[in-house]
Design a protein around this ligand. Structure first.
Ligand SMILES: [Fe+2]
Length: 432
């Protein structure tokens, strides 16, 4: 708990940004009678299926049917230009939670719901709770729970409106406007990022390796997102799961020597490839891409936990080391997110689920195994703090940043084991 009043990101913040955008839209597009046709008109319709590009959602709509239940949330690509993002004050709402998250758990109980942890490393599933009914104090607790557990899934948010989803996101941070991906056709929802694929987007195995699909969203931004909400509108009968993998567990798995080395590094995150991918798919780039340098290990302000903050989607190179070393380190780190199944939770979506993950501490990967079925989701993306290195965090707070596994062992009343693989060790290994 802290007594410093936080900046509040309200729906009014959102509305002023949205009306600016609407103004820009009016200037940039052929005037339309908004009351009669309040829809963005720039869509991507495909006659020839577009291969899924590793750097971008295609946004192409094959089943462009007005009868479709969620037609207003199909992707559109307004041809506007957004200014570069300026640094924005941010305070993690998780800092205003109580450590036991008492308000959140009390409200879950009041609603008759239940929260169940999923794996030792991450994940909580919540059933029987309406997200939009949680108080602001409970949302602060939820921000801390998401930071601690990496991902929280609220099942069956059937009557959650897009406005309510935006309001929850706006409580946690200023909402991000994406530079390239689709926004809903219904006007006024430009802060919503549309995830959409149907039979018009057949995955092309020549376009990506599976390990390259793990990413954290828009990490090239100066202030990449924190708790990010994805609402699933249409879920394939089979497939379309999402994998989430913990950067805190990845960091904890290394020797102290390698941890110190990683803590000393920073890396370039680039939006250029995503912009090129968008242009290649015929989309308009609304804000010029940038490159930003972030620490390779960042510390979450609300938990003090260290996590590896690189991802195959956007991290291009380690700063100040030979290319061979940079390639080697990044390839190794990317693989650790993908191969350590004990650091991961695979979310099998049900219709109307809302997943909230901490984009600062987990990487995620969609599984493109559902073609030709339709998958449609809408994301609300609050921006967070500029990533803070271990040295900067410890200098600012006067406290030592924490190792996730050390904390876990501490909660079990034992010390994290010292790694010892020297001469004379017995044969080791686990069996099933
Ligand atoms: Fe993503």
């Amino acid at each position: 708990m802290t007594s410093t009043p936080p900046p509040l990101y309200s729906v009014s913040t959102l509305n002023s940004a949205a009306s600016d955008l609407k103004h820009a839209l009016t200037e940039a597009t052929t005037p339309i009678a908004a009351a009669e046709k309040p829809l963005h008109t720039k869509h991507l319709n495909v006659e020839n299926p577009v291969p899924v590009n590793v750097f971008n959602y295609t946004g192409a709509v094959f089943d462009d049917d007005e009868e479709y239940e969620f037609a207003e949330f199909l992707p559109s690509f307004p041809e506007i230009t957004l200014p570069p993002l300026a640094p924005t004050p941010f305070t993690d709402r998780g800092l205003f939670a109580s450590p036991d998250k008492a308000t959140l758990y009390a409200e879950i109980a009041e609603q008759g719901g239940k929260a169940v942890h999923q794996t030792p490393a991450l994940g909580v599933e919540i059933r029987g709770v309406k997200l939009q009914k949680l108080s602001k104090a409970a949302l602060d607790d939820l921000a801390l729970l998401v930071a601690e557990r990496g991902i929280v899934v609220f099942r069956k948010q059937t009557d959650l409106t897009i406005e309510e989803q935006l309001a929850v996101g706006a409580h946690w941070g200023p909402l991000h406007l994406h530079a390239t991906t689709g926004v809903p056709r219904r006007e006024g929802l430009e802060h919503v990022h549309v995830v959409y694929a149907d039979k018009g987007a057949r995955p092309d195995p020549t376009a990506f390796a599976k390990v390259e699909l793990f990413h954290s969203d828009v990490t090239y931004e100066l202030q990449p997102p924190g708790p990010t909400l994805l609402r699933n509108l249409v879920t394939p009968d089979l497939g379309g799961d999402t994998l989430f993998s913990s950067g805190a567990a990845v960091f904890s798995s290394f020797s102290p020597h390698y941890q110190r080395y990683l803590e000393s590094l920073s890396a370039v995150h680039s939006g250029h490839e995503q912009a090129r991918g968008a242009r290649g798919a015929g989309q308009h780039v609304r804000r010029e891409p940038i490159e930003t340098i972030h620490p390779v290990v960042r510390v979450c302000p609300s938990t003090g936990i260290k996590s590896v903050f690189v991802n195959a989607g956007f991290t291009r190179r380690i700063v100040g080391v030979p290319k061979a070393e940079s390639d080697h380190v990044l390839r190794f780190l990317h693989e650790q997110f993908a191969v350590n199944h004990d650091f991961a939770w695979r979310v099998k979506w049900e219709k109307d689920d809302v997943a909230i993950w901490d984009n600062r501490t987990v990487n995620h990967s969609a599984l493109f195994d559902f073609w030709p079925e339709r998958r449609h989701a809408v994301r609300v993306t609050p921006s967070a703090e500029q990533p803070e290195s271990v040295a900067a965090y410890e200098a600012r707070t006067g406290t030592k940043a924490k190792d996730w596994l050390e904390q876990r062992y501490k909660s079990l009343g034992v010390a994290k084991p010292v790694l010892d693989s020297g001469v004379g060790k017995k044969e080791r290994g686990f069996k099933d």
